[in-house]
Write a protein that binds this ligand. Structure first.
Ligand code: NI
Length: 435
């Protein structure tokens, strides 16, 4: 379907200081928003899909800026453990049993969850990324993918990353972009990060990395480097282009300044940081310094969901309680962190806002639901009261991939079945409902 008309819907206009809801029609032509206006006339003699937008808020698709989608297969497999035991004793051994098939099925399961909760773009780092890209092509989402590489992969990691870039950057009608994914400074030496930096300049692409997640990691690296880790990482040239830095939980003032100077997009992962007892990122301090901060779920093994609405609410609450300031991270700021801030950074403003000429990545939210009643403020309800299942229809790149709560792009029930089988195979543990 190349033309869609959303009739009689509501959109939030952030250009005014006070909340401003406009009742409009939205006309989508091919993959772009062509017109936003009242009472748009249907062009005669053309096949147009009309979507009823009554009692719906049409909102930009959410952008999940840090995740490892196939890890949904390990959802609930290991909880309530210290990070090093969780990672070394539980997660790493299972990851060694992953193969292309499990990654493909796990990705589609994760993408179903993203679609159902209104996320249309995600930033991912993992293994067998060709399978992730193939699943994304089928499911219809938009993403930035990176091969997760660590120092012991040596040259092979760099070669795999370059091949993946050459084969999949701009894949699926441009919905897939490829960045480089050095895992973290504690798994990649500074020399290795330098090589990644050189490759990113050669390919003219960005970098996705984990930085400053836990206190113990930072203490060890500071001892080894003689200065705070982010300062040393910056010296390698790794952050000279577009850089998505996950976590940034504990930061010195100098590190905050370098994140600003290097124009890094920080991906704040509140659930993962809280669940693994890593700490609370100083988001308000970063915003005060003018750093761009986005939101991510991290993988479902440490969250345990991919629901961006949970993250948005928690991000606001954590900022308020950690600064003892209830005005910190108000609703509108949170909504922008999940849409226009990363949309501008990652896709040059073509996504993350509802405006004429933008790519048509939109979600329709049923604002008549019980938990969103009454609606004094849609900005407030979206940030603090939304569960995710109010998302009714999802459009990405001008294609409807979920309509009236039914995913259209693939067979969700079949994927749940296949994912259960794969989860049992990789963990060696029985799961419920796998007959
Ligand atoms: Ni992560």
């Amino acid at each position: 379907m190349s033309k869609i008309l959303i009739r009689n819907t509501n959109i939030l206009d952030f250009s005014k200081d006070v909340e401003n809801v406009r009742n409009v029609d939205i006309f989508i032509d091919e993959n772009k928003i062509k017109l936003i206006s009242k009472n748009i006339k249907e062009p005669p003699n053309e096949r147009i899909k009309v979507v009823n937008g009554k009692n719906k808020l049409t909102f930009p698709g959410l952008i999940n800026c840090h995740t490892h989608i196939p890890m949904v297969l390990m959802r609930g497999y290991a909880d309530d453990l210290p990070l090093n035991i969780w990672l070394n004793k539980k997660i790493f051994p299972v990851e060694r049993r992953l193969d292309p098939e499990s990654i493909y099925m796990g990705t589609l399961l994760g993408l179903a969850e993203l679609i159902r909760t209104g996320c249309t773009t995600f930033v991912d780092m993992y293994f067998f990324m060709e399978e992730v890209a193939s699943a994304v092509k089928i499911a219809g989402l938009r993403c930035i993918l990176s091969y997760g590489i660590i120092g012991i992969n040596g040259k092979k990691g760099l070669i795999d990353s370059e091949n993946f870039f050459n084969n999949f950057n701009n894949y699926a009608n441009g919905r897939v972009k490829v960045y480089l994914g050095p895992h973290a400074p504690y798994t990649c030496s500074l020399e290795y990060l330098k090589e990644v930096a050189t490759l990113s300049k050669k390919l003219n692409t960005g970098v996705h990395i984990h930085l400053n997640e836990t206190k113990s990691e930072i203490e060890e690296l500071t001892k080894e480097f003689g200065k705070p880790p982010i300062l040393k990482v910056a010296e390698t040239g790794l952050m000279d282009g577009k850089t998505v830095a996950a976590h940034c939980v504990h930061l010195t003032q100098e590190e905050i300044e370098i994140l600003k100077e290097k124009n890094v997009l920080v991906a704040h992962n509140p659930s993962s940081n809280v669940k693994l007892a890593s700490g609370i990122a100083p988001v308000q301090d970063m915003l005060n310094k003018g750093i761009k901060v986005s939101i991510g779920t991290d993988g479902a093994a440490s969250n345990n969901s991919l629901n961006m609405w949970h993250e948005m609410r928690l991000a606001s609450f954590l900022s308020k309680v950690s600064t003892l300031d209830a005005t910190s991270l108000p609703a509108r700021e949170i909504l922008k962190m999940a849409t226009s801030v990363p949309g501008n950074y990652l896709w040059d403003g073509a996504i993350g806002e509802i405006k004429e000429g933008s790519l048509a990545d939109l979600i329709l939210i049923d604002i008549s639901k019980t938990n969103l009643t009454p609606a004094f403020s849609l900005e407030s309800n979206l940030t603090y009261a939304t569960y995710g299942n109010e998302v009714d229809t999802v459009i990405v790149d001008g294609k409807i991939i979920m309509e009236n709560n039914k995913i259209l792009s693939f067979d969700e029930e079949l994927i749940r079945k296949e994912a259960r089988k794969q989860a049992e195979r990789i963990t060696g543990k029985k799961v419920f409902l796998n007959e």
